[in-house]
Design a protein around this ligand. Structure first.
Ligand SMILES: [Zn+2]
Length: 328
């Protein structure tokens, strides 16, 4: 099918995606029409739906891809998408071209495909996990009326470590005490520990007291902007080799953190954080809640709530592990 729905000829039709990443995910034989929008390559979502055998529905500025098991909702010009009920901030906003909703190639390769076909990636198993409680020592992080970030995140990391060890993982913390660890040292430690997975744990702060919820960050793919900053990350880092795994790790963590706590789902986001940029394995940074929100701070003061957060991290890791080791 070489023509768009309204009969107009797409700018380019039938693409054979021949990049290394595409070959890696088995797309070299695929035919998905594309066009260029603002210098970036965009794929026709209707063809993407066909590729995954999903049903395609569209309105004036939205598209829905669904099956018995999956439901994905996209809106033109909005970076926030919903993938099986979890908020995922795309690398680039979907575009509209004539009557078609288009998805960026970066999001196809580094957001959508890793979630729909998680077993198509280099990492097949997880054994060594590095948990990274943020801040420490003189660097207190943010604080609320009662809590200090550096203390809260160390407690959650310890709870998660014990639980992960009981599930058979080997777990190291980048700090076990209240001491300052430089950001680069945190990445160096994960190299020393031969990490398969790096999870940094932080707490949030906002000027608006009403803001609450959990969000999980990963590194933006090269040449795409952070979620909250439109400066594009121009450089390629070795950590970009983990783009596909990062999406799957972050999605699994966010899904289970929200499920375990019932907190507001602020979604999977992208940010050019140093610990993500210098990661030597798939990596994500979890923001467990806002100390600036009085109700959420009260929740975070409770041991029972911290245990829920730790359980969410553990379930997220296990779900990621299960997804990548699936044989399909
Ligand atoms: Zn922090």
């Amino acid at each position: 099918m070489l023509f768009s729905r309204n009969g107009a000829r797409p700018l380019c039709f039938v693409v054979i995606l021949m990049t290394a990443a595409a070959v890696q995910v088995g797309l070299s034989e695929s035919r998905i029409r594309y066009t260029n929008v603002a210098g970036a390559r965009y794929l026709f979502l209707s063809d993407v739906a066909d590729f995954y055998s999903l049903t395609y529905e569209t309105g004036s500025d939205w598209a829905k891809l669904s099956s018995r098991w999956s439901q994905l909702k996209f809106r033109a010009k909005r970076r926030k998408a919903q993938i099986n009920g979890v908020a995922v901030h795309l690398a680039l906003a979907p575009a509209k071209w004539k009557n078609n909703i288009l998805l960026s190639r970066a999001d196809f390769l580094y957001t959508l495909d890793p979630l729909l076909r998680p077993s198509f990636q280099a990492q097949k198993s997880v054994k060594h996990i590095v948990l990274d409680p943020g801040h420490g020592g003189k660097d207190k992080g943010t604080s609320g009326k009662h809590l200090i970030e550096k203390e809260l995140v160390l407690d959650i990391a310890e709870l998660a470590k014990n639980r992960l060890q009981r599930k058979g993982y080997e777990v190291q913390l980048t700090r076990k005490t209240d001491k300052k660890v430089r950001l680069k040292k945190r990445s160096k430690l994960s190299r020393r520990y031969d990490a398969d997975l790096f999870i940094s744990i932080h707490a949030n702060n906002a000027a608006n007291e009403g803001v609450s919820g959990i969000e999980t960050f990963i590194l933006p793919p090269s040449n795409t902007p952070s979620t909250h900053n439109y400066d594009k990350l121009r450089n390629d880092y070795p950590a970009h080799d983990f783009n596909r795994s990062n999406a799957c790790v972050a999605y699994s963590l966010q899904q289970h953190l929200i499920e375990a706590t019932g907190a507001d789902d602020r979604g999977v986001k992208r940010a050019n954080f140093s610990v993500l940029r210098h990661a030597v394995s798939p990596a994500a940074l979890v923001e467990v809640g806002f100390l600036s929100n009085p109700q959420e701070e009260q929740q975070l003061r409770r041991k029972s709530y911290r245990k829920k957060l730790a359980n969410g991290i553990v379930q997220g890791v296990r779900r990621y592990h299960e997804r990548i080791s699936r044989k399909n």
